[in-house]
Design a protein around this ligand. Structure first.
Ligand code: ATP
Ligand code: MG
Length: 434
């Protein structure tokens, strides 16, 4: 239990950039490997394991090693910035769930929700590991929200969720334990709710664009929403996806399988003639909840005229660990991982080509200067061949590689190789260290 709490607290910790900006690879405990475990079928997990980003504990259960955690935290930082810009207030709820509150909304029974991990207390009574957090947060809000002056409220967290998922062929895209950013909105009425909802929708679009998957991610109508009967999923096209969606490329919209009926398409103004069937993976989901939870759990407020009304709610999820996997599926190449700039675990990967004294001295100095200036840099200072270093550097996928060879010593100009494109530029030391 202790370890679990530490992991959860760390994910949620505010001190995102509290690490050292630099790391010598000779000290990095994680090593790369040639082969992924034979039982791992997902490309994302195979590559992340080979590169030493994650460890596979069991089917569908992964640990995040230092490089993986840095990458995950960069993904979380992009999301957090957008949530804060919306006026979202970050909190951190317990993973242990109270049977009582979930019974009141009829979501405790295994016949209603079949993915719970449940256990019992020594002192008696059951508990379950969090699958989502509508119930506990609605109850929390009922102790803090009482007047129209208290609304609207947006509250969010980064929290570990546990779901007893049956399928485990998608690597980190479908974990039994995974990180979720879950935002919940509380509004006075439908009109206020709709305004919040549409702002979150826009924020989600910006988030996926910043992650480098914007052009492949489609707002997709799904069942279960409150207004016009639909909720909206953000679906990213990928052959590794488990969902099938029908895409209107021009309108940048799609519908999922449940919604793909003549009646719904007519309602949405979409035409079967232009829709193409594609495989996709859900990276986010936004939901109007209406007053379902607030009515059942007694979350009401007093209006300006003194009447009591239930609060109108929404919930909005994104899976950072799933996103990590999706980005690998979409961007990795035959040599290994390829990270978008803002997600790469380090900004630069310094590779010295051999152990000659002047080369080591030049590389050491460059590394020290960059670290002093807060630039995030991994330095391959190991005594192995240049060929091995380059191959491993490709596998790790850090955005830019700085090669320190004889040329650099002579000219103080460094070859910088872009991992995604292979483009090479010559850059002066002063520019790299500022
Ligand atoms: P799916 O249909 O793919 O199982 P879901 O509808 O169960 O997804 P939500 O309950 O809406 O997903 O959860 C919000 C977000 O959390 C999802 O959009 C996804 O990004 C992420 N997520 C859900 N389940 C998992 C999982 N098992 N592993 C990793 N991320 C997940
Ligand atoms: Mg699910």
């Amino acid at each position: 239990m202790n370890d679990l709490r530490t992991t959860i607290a760390y994910f949620a910790g505010p001190a995102q950039k509290a690490y050292n900006s630099g790391m010598r690879q000779s000290k990095l405990f994680s090593k790369t490997r040639r082969e992924a475990p034979s039982d791992e079928v997902a490309k994302n997990a195979q590559l992340l394991i080979r590169a030493g980003y994650i460890h596979k504990e069991m089917a569908g259960v992964y640990s995040y090693l230092p490089l993986g955690l840095r990458t995950l935290n960069n993904i979380a930082a992009i999301i957090r910035a957008e949530m804060n810009a919306l006026g979202g207030q970050e909190l951190f709820m317990t993973a242990l769930q109270d049977k009582e509150v979930w019974s009141r909304t009829d979501r405790w029974d295994d016949e209603k929700v079949d993915i719970w991990f449940k256990t019992s207390f020594k002192s008696g009574g059951e508990t379950g590991l969090a699958i989502t957090h509508e119930e506990p947060l609605t109850r929390i809000m009922s102790e803090h929200v009482s007047s129209y002056r208290d609304l609207p409220v947006l509250a969010y967290q980064f929290q570990t969720k546990f779901r007893n998922e049956l399928r485990a062929k998608s690597g980190v895209m479908r974990g039994k334990e995974f990180l979720m950013k879950d935002l919940y909105s509380f509004a006075k009425n439908d009109e206020e709710h709709k305004a919040v909802y549409s702002k979150v929708r826009d924020a989600y679009k910006r988030i996926f664009a910043k992650m480098g998957i914007g052009d492949k991610t489609f707002v997709t109508f799904a069942s279960g929403g409150l207004f016009s009967q639909f909720s909206e999923e953000f679906q990213t096209l990928s052959d590794a996806g488990e969902d099938v969606i029908y895409v209107d490329e021009e309108k940048k919209l799609a519908v999922n399988k449940e919604v793909y009926t003549d009646e719904n398409l007519a309602k949405l103004g979409l035409s079967k003639d232009v829709l193409t069937e594609q495989k996709a993976i859900e990276v986010g989901n936004i939901f109007s909840l209406g007053t379902r939870f607030s009515s059942q759990l007694g979350l009401t407020y007093t209006t300006e005229t003194g009447a009591k009304e239930p609060v109108v709610m929404g919930s909005y999820g994104i899976g950072p660990t799933r996103l990590l996997g999706v980005i690998v599926e979409l961007l990795a190449d035959e040599k290994g991982l390829v990270w978008p700039e803002h997600i790469s675990p380090y900004e630069y990967h310094i590779v010295s080509v051999n152990q000659d004294e002047d080369i080591v001295k030049t590389a050491d100095e460059l590394y020290d200067d960059m670290v002093r200036n807060g630039i995030e840099v991994l330095y391959d200072d190991r005594q192995v061949s240049a060929g091995q270093k380059f191959a491993e550097s490709d596998l790790l996928g850090i955005t830019r590689r700085i090669v320190v060879g004889r040329d650099a010593v002579a000219t103080d100009m460094f070859e910088v190789v872009d991992r995604a494109t292979g483009a090479i530029t010559k850059v002066a030391r002063a520019e790299l260290t500022r």
